[in-house]
Write a protein that binds this ligand. Structure first.
Ligand code: ADP
Ligand code: ASP
Ligand code: MG
Length: 404
């Protein structure tokens, strides 16, 4: 039996009937050597259109109905692609999440995949039919439709690849691979031939939206080789390598950034054991992920506690912190949405001192103030005012010679 390859096509790749026809040709060609399972996103712009439509009857639509609506884009592209394949003599069948029992948790709009019916997919392959699966969505135990968060089709694809033991998962998109930073922001960005899994975890985690972080986590957990490549032109793309070493041997592999961030500061909270848990426990209970966390030294038993969250979670965090039940005693709650995070990522950081100071110097030369800093072994994240984001990314990219 030949290897199974999962191919995922993003929104731009299936954005028109011409693009769908082109994708059908890619699948037809790949099918000569391998067994192909396909995962599709909605046609480009469609998910945004549905999200706007959902706000027709108020800014806070019912979460169940919201997911039921915004998951429909993928059904359209899946069936259109199946039709395109059938028209060129390749047997194909579209499948929705419920048809393959893509079971998820019931956290609407950020559901997590629990299990999938691999048998259904494999028996379709055995009939020599290409399964075309709707990305981005699942069903709860009770049969309600959920979605996996923006960019979630990547995760659908890698989860299926892991489940059927695929030899590789190919993520086809509108760029020809993973770059040192978003090539739309820095035209001098360079394409990488490969990037290590741990570097990609940090890049995606810090905002490089070329692949969803959950997809990289799945790939890491189940050791699925993933490749990112273009559906518009031929090429090998970028391999997210399962091996430890960085083949390109660079100190810094890339720069990721995220503009959609909000900073919360509780000014004058009691500095007692358990205070961090008291603040962040209820936030975590709502499945809201918290990043850069800073607690200051205390003065007279009071301290300042700061953290960042995705802007889409701002309202929810605000209401948690302001609710009487939280029992939190603070002088002031400061909320700043005009911030952004910029991160430099590289496994080479581990063995080299001076990376941080070089980054700080570069930003200081442009008079960009750093508000918060957080680090891991292979990453430095800096929170800055959002209007300086593009300048900061370009400056750091140059300072670390990533354009060379
Ligand atoms: P798709 O619809 O195919 O899922 P996305 O828009 O989600 O595509 O992701 C592809 C986009 O990711 C690119 O067009 C690019 O602007 C952006 N991007 C951000 N960071 C990077 C990076 N480091 N390398 C390549 N692309 C990146
Ligand atoms: N269509 C969804 C989105 O726009 C999922 C995806 O493209 O991966 O976020
Ligand atoms: Mg995407």
């Amino acid at each position: 039996m030949s290897d199974i390859i999962v191919q995922k096509f993003g929104g731009t790749s299936v954005g028109s009937d011409e693009r769908i026809a082109a994708v059908a040709q890619i699948i037809k060609k790949a099918k000569k050597d391998n067994q192909i399972i396909v995962v599709v996103s909605a046609m480009s712009g469609e998910t945004n259109r549905l999200i706007n439509l959902a706000k027709s009857f108020g800014d806070n639509p019912d979460r169940r109905e919201f997911d039921a609506l915004i998951s429909t884009g993928e059904k359209v592209s899946a069936s259109l692609l199946a039709m395109a394949l059938n028209s060129i003599g390749v047997k194909a069948k579209s499948f929705s999440a419920s048809q393959i029992s893509m079971k998820t948790t019931d956290q609407h709009s950020k559901a997590k995949i629990i299990d999938v019916d691999g048998e259904k997919i494999l028996s379709t392959l055995e009939e020599d039919v290409v399964p075309i699966i709707t990305g981005f969505q699942g069903v709860t135990e009770s049969g309600d439709v959920t979605t996996l968060g923006r960019g979630g089709s990547d995760t659908t694809a890698v989860a299926i690849a892991a489940h059927v033991n695929a030899a590789r998962c190919d993520i086809y998109t509108d760029v020809d691979g993973i770059y040192t930073t978003d090539p739309r922001v820095v035209p001098e960005a360079k394409k990488l031939d490969s990037i290590t899994m741990e570097e990609m975890l940090e890049m995606a985690g810090q905002g490089a939206k070329v692949i969803q972080i959950r997809a990289v986590e799945f790939a890491n957990k189940f050791q699925v080789p993933v490749r990112v490549l273009s559906s518009f032109k031929d090429g090998n793309g970028t391999l997210i390598s399962l091996k430890e070493e960085n083949m390109e041997n660079a100190l810094i592999s890339g720069i990721a950034f995220n503009k959609d961030q909000t900073k919360f500061t509780l000014h004058g909270v009691e500095d007692t054991p358990g205070i961090a848990y008291k603040i962040l426990g209820p936030v975590n209970d709502k499945d809201i992920s918290v990043d850069v966390i800073v607690q200051n030294i205390s003065v007279n038993g009071k301290t300042d506690f700061t953290f960042t969250v995705d802007s889409e979670d701002e309202e929810q965090v605000k209401s948690i912190l302001k609710s009487k039940q939280s029992g939190l005693d603070y002088i002031d709650l400061l909320i700043d949405a005009d911030i952004a995070k910029v991160s430099i990522v590289g496994a080479g950081m581990r063995s080299h001192a001076g990376i941080a100071s070089k980054a700080f110097e570069a930003l200081s030369n442009e008079s960009i103030n750093i508000q918060l800093i957080s680090t891991s072994e292979i990453k430095i994240t800096m929170v800055i005012e959002d209007k300086y984001l593009e300048l900061a990314v370009k400056t750091l990219h140059k300072a670390f010679n990533l354009d060379k």
